[in-house]
Ligand binder design. Structure first.
Ligand code: HEM
Length: 425
């Protein structure tokens, strides 16, 4: 990319940020959601969208919905497609120090942004590794990891639930599935946090640079891993995907991006089930007691916490053609933000939606794993990990409670504690 192009891109970012700021100043509720400080609680802003109607158009032309029915329709309909969100728009290129010759983005370059028939074919390669049978076979391994991590919480003084437990469990499990060394765990945690902070796109030159560094590190890492698996194939998922590349069923870029998506998607959001659940149970001690005295409620606790605090707050689709949605005409190419977190609190679907209620009969109807063709491929694994972890946690520490302020992940998309001290005993 030439220096002139580079300057144009950075200038474009600043212009976009100024426009967004100006829209917030004149009360545009869509801009307000997109402009929230990272890590802020967005639910009050989502309610302002709901109050304006089922589909709200911002000054930029981008549409946003807090309605369960409209989110569900957009996610399932072939009138809307998934599109790359950040790296393409930012025109990022490999920095001079990057070893690999391409810069790969976990969402933009994987099947997460692909559409049928390509999406269907790619998803078919990965889906068997997350089948219910294979997930059941991982049950004992997850229990083992959970038991080891629980020991680290068994202290008299407050302990960080996220560092010592919530991040560790899913990170170790996805490392095992991908055949990655546990010793690289601190690297993955750093990437996970960075990803959350940059996933909704850069707003300045420094944020653009952060995204570029993150992607370069991720790309180099998996480039080396893949080269190693090609030399010495094993039984792990990456070795199998490398075979798909050799057979022409997947590109090298697609493979690198899929590895990144599975690593980051595999632990960042899942850790939030555990973190968000402990916060909710701590705020609702009577429900914590009910759960501690009947640990078979663990499935319901997981579904209700996913409903109340969606770990991925929203996703985006684009209109494939001129179309009507929620009584409005949309032009081809109109982006629609589906606020999954707000859909989960739609009073048309969930009674008393702000309340954390582990007895809620329809909690599992939430949209936290999205819906339609891009429905989360790791949903079964995430549920299983959440169920096993929370059951064991409450069995060992029935009075677990938050011991200080909760610091949330610095992200507008990922919602969950980055750090929270808890008293376990
Ligand atoms: C609580 C845990 C999780 C949540 C809330 C979550 C959320 C989501 C959501 C909302 C989507 C759809 C995005 C869209 O429609 O644009 C998605 C897709 C995806 N998730 Fe998850 N996820 C979780 C766990 C996992 C795990 C454990 C893995 C991998 C092991 C994973 C891998 C993926 C992948 C690869 C996709 C893309 C699927 C496709 O486009 O066909 N996720 N996830």
């Amino acid at each position: 990319m030439s220096t002139v192009d580079e300057l144009r891109t950075v200038a474009g970012l600043y212009r976009a940020r100024l426009r967004l700021g100006a829209s917030v100043a004149v009360g545009d509720p869509v801009a307000r959601v997109l402009h929230m400080p990272r890590g802020a609680d967005g639910y009050a802003n989502y309610e302002k969208i709901r109050a304006r109607g089922d589909l709200v158009r911002g000054r930029s032309g981008l549409c946003m919905t807090a309605s369960y029915a409209v989110c569900n329709e957009v996610l399932r309909s072939d009138r809307f497609f998934a599109a790359p969100t950040s790296a393409v728009r930012l025109k990022l290129t490999p920095p001079s120090w990057q070893r690999s010759d391409v810069l790969v983005h976990p969402l933009d370059d994987s099947f997460a942004s692909a559409n049928p028939p390509e999406h269907t074919a790619l998803r078919r390669i990965v889906a068997p590794f997350f089948s219910p049978q294979l997930m059941r076979a991982r049950h004992a391994y997850i229990e083992k990891v959970v038991a080891e991590q629980l020991d680290r919480l068994d202290r008299d003084e407050p302990v960080d639930l996220i560092d010592e437990f919530a991040i560790q469990v899913p990170s170790k499990v996805i490392c095992e599935i991908l055949g990655l060394p546990e010793s690289d765990h601190p690297l993955f945690v750093r990437w996970g946090i960075e990803f959350g902070a940059t996933v909704d796109g850069a707003r300045s030159a420094s944020e653009r640079r952060r995204t570029q560094v993150l992607l370069a590190e991720l790309t180099d890492y998996f480039d080396a891993v893949v080269a190693d698996r090609q030399r010495r194939p094993g039984e792990d998922l990456i070795s199998k995907l490398a075979t798909a590349v050799a057979e022409g069923a997947m590109t090298r870029i697609g493979l690198l991006a899929t590895c990144q998506a599975l690593l980051i998607g595999g632990f960042v959001t899942t850790a939030n089930i555990i973190g968000n659940a402990v916060v909710a149970l701590s705020e609702n001690p009577e429900q914590r007691e009910a759960f501690a005295s009947d640990l078979d409620l663990t499935n319901q606790v997981v579904e209700e916490v996913l409903r109340l605090q969606a770990p991925a707050q929203y996703s985006v689709r684009v209109a494939r053609e001129p179309t009507r949605l929620a009584g409005q005409d949309l032009r081809k190419g109109t982006p629609v933000v589906t606020l999954l977190a707000a859909a989960n609190r739609d009073p048309e679907v969930f009674t008393d939606p702000e309340r954390f209620d582990i007895d809620r009969a329809n909690a599992r109807d939430h949209l936290s794993f999205a819906a339609g063709p891009h429905y989360c491929i790791g949903a079964g694994l995430a549920r299983l990990e959440g169920q096993i972890a929370l059951r064991a946690l409450l069995e060992r520490f029935p009075r677990i409670r938050v011991a200080g302020p909760v610091r949330y992940c610095p992200s507008r998309v990922i919602r969950g504690p980055e750090h929270v001290l808890v008293h376990c005993r």
